[in-house]
Design a protein around this ligand. Structure first.
Ligand SMILES: Cc1cc2nc3c(=O)[nH]c(=O)nc-3n(C[C@H](O)[C@H](O)[C@H](O)COP(=O)(O)OP(=O)(O)OC[C@H]3O[C@@H](n4cnc5c(N)ncnc54)[C@H](O)[C@@H]3O)c2cc1C
Length: 421
């Protein structure tokens, strides 16, 4: 149900994805007045279907855990890698690392998960307005003081607030307005995906395994994410120039099947399957804003930054930033001081966590062998796993980076030596 628009409130949230609904729920349950404006009518399609184990704790904080446990989402216990020749690695079971319920996570349809998160925010007392687009954030000097919205009837109105949270995903309303965006210099990737019915599924605890399938020449990789109703989400990620720029005259279907043809690990899995959706593509140049907050405004989720989807970290980062942002906003409101200093208090911790995931993403693209690393440093297996499951907001894991740097340097020296001979 859409409530009437107010003329003023405590907090405005732009966008009803995981980042926005988390921020709204966490604030509303403390009695803070929150109005969330979402331009779409839910449920709506969204990509980002594979969760990672650490999201368990964030769902718990949100009061969403029972709903997740009782949902029909496919249970995910592991990830498994398939090399360009089609050879499968051993599945990597999270439970072997941490014998706890949090080691089982989920493969979701985002239209359904996001609806559940939106309902949860509403139940916690947030005022949710669907089909309401934020046209602009209103500033007085450097301070954000509200938004101009447009409802389903086309009428426009101003709503003022003490804090404006931008959770508009890749639309990143404020990032562009304030010219804050920094593109990742290395992760210039793109993705192309569709959905299959009747594709091969493993059984038992392997049914929900995420497969990462490399293509010949390692120019790209496929995600293979089993969802409920016998659907599998299968998408290819590669350099934007490789996937699209160099094949500008080709349609999405042609490009997709050219990559399938380079993937012996994928072909048998879809041999008897039927494609059941359109092809979708996204340029996903990774980026982040120069700061998470300013005077009266805060960025969460993709509206702050986006990282390559290799380790399925997007929703985790959206939930985490929503929780951290809500804590700083609640403190700022209690002190009647929604200043940049207060609203940015969570920035260092969050940036460190995001950078740690980025490090691991870069290692994959640089051809780093995790198997060899763990054989060389068996005592580090736990910490590598921590990063893989999203347990990245702690400094202990930083001991990994010098060891990884040393091993990569050694690999490069060996390759250079072999080439010179
Ligand atoms: C190819 C690809 C694969 C991915 N795979 C995964 C994965 O497997 N696992 C994972 O965790 N993550 C994945 N992600 C990342 C994930 O999709 C995002 O990180 C996540 O959705 C971010 O949540 P959010 O709430 O910040 O933004 P969103 O989920 O994008 O929500 C933003 C909301 O804001 C609304 N909005 C936008 N502009 C306005 C406006 N002006 N006014 C009002 N409302 C507005 C939108 O309609 C939308 O509902 C993937 C991303 C890509 C591109």
């Amino acid at each position: 149900m859409t409530t009437a628009y107010p003329s003023e409130t405590d907090v405005i949230v732009i966008g009803g994805g995981p980042g926005g609904t988390t921020t709204a729920a966490m604030l509303a349950q403390q009695g803070i007045r929150v109005h969330l404006f979402e331009r779409e009518k839910f449920p709506r399609f969204h990509i980002g279907e594979s969760m990672i184990p650490q999201s368990y704790w964030l769902f718990e904080k949100l009061g969403m855990l029972p709903k997740m446990v009782n949902s029909h989402f496919v249970k995910k216990y592991s990830v498994q890698f398939i090399n360009p020749q089609g050879k499968l690695s051993e599945p990597f079971y999270f439970i072997d690392h941490k014998p706890h319920a949090s080691s089982q996570t989920w493969q979701v349809r985002r239209s359904e998960l996001d609806q559940m998160l939106l309902d949860n925010a509403r139940e916690k007392g947030a005022n949710i307005h669907e089909q309401t687009r934020v046209l602009e954030v209103i500033f007085e000097g450097k301070r954000a003081v509200g938004v101009r919205i447009q409802g389903p009837d086309g009428k426009q109105q101003e709503v003022r607030a003490k804090v404006v949270v931008d959770a508009s995903g890749q639309s990143a309303v404020l990032q562009d307005r304030l010219n804050l965006r920094e593109w990742d210099p290395e992760l210039k990737k793109a993705a192309l995906w569709t959905y299959w019915k009747g594709a091969q599924r493993d059984t038992g605890r392997d049914e929900g395994t995420t497969l990462v399938i490399q293509t010949e020449g390692k120019r790209a990789w496929f995600w293979y994410i089993p969802l409920h109703d016998d659907i599998v989400s299968i998408g290819v990620v590669g350099g934007f120039d490789y996937l699209f720029q160099n094949r500008a005259s080709k349609d999405l279907e042609t490009i997709y099947f050219e990559e399938v043809a380079k993937s012996p690990g994928l072909q048998p899995r879809i041999a008897n399957a039927t494609r059941c959706d359109i092809f979708r593509a996204q340029k996903e140049y990774s980026y982040k804003a120069r700061q998470v907050a300013g005077e009266g405004w805060v960025l969460v989720g993709d509206a702050f930054g986006f990282l390559d989807p290799l380790y399925s970290s997007g929703v985790l980062l959206a939930l985490k930033s929503g929780i951290l942002a809500s804590e700083s906003i609640a403190e700022a409101l209690a002190a009647n001081d929604p200043s940049e200093a207060r609203l940015r208090s969570w920035e260092p911790m969050f940036l460190k966590g995001m950078e740690r995931i980025r490090r691991l993403v870069m290692e994959f693209y640089h051809g780093f062998s995790f198997g060899r690393f763990v054989r060389r440093h068996p005592d580090m297996k736990g910490l590598v796993t921590d990063v893989l499951i999203g347990d990245v907001f702690k400094d202990e894991v930083d001991v990994l980076w010098p060891l990884m740097d040393a091993m990569r340097a050694e690999m490069q020296a060996n390759t250079a030596g072999a080439t010179a001979q």
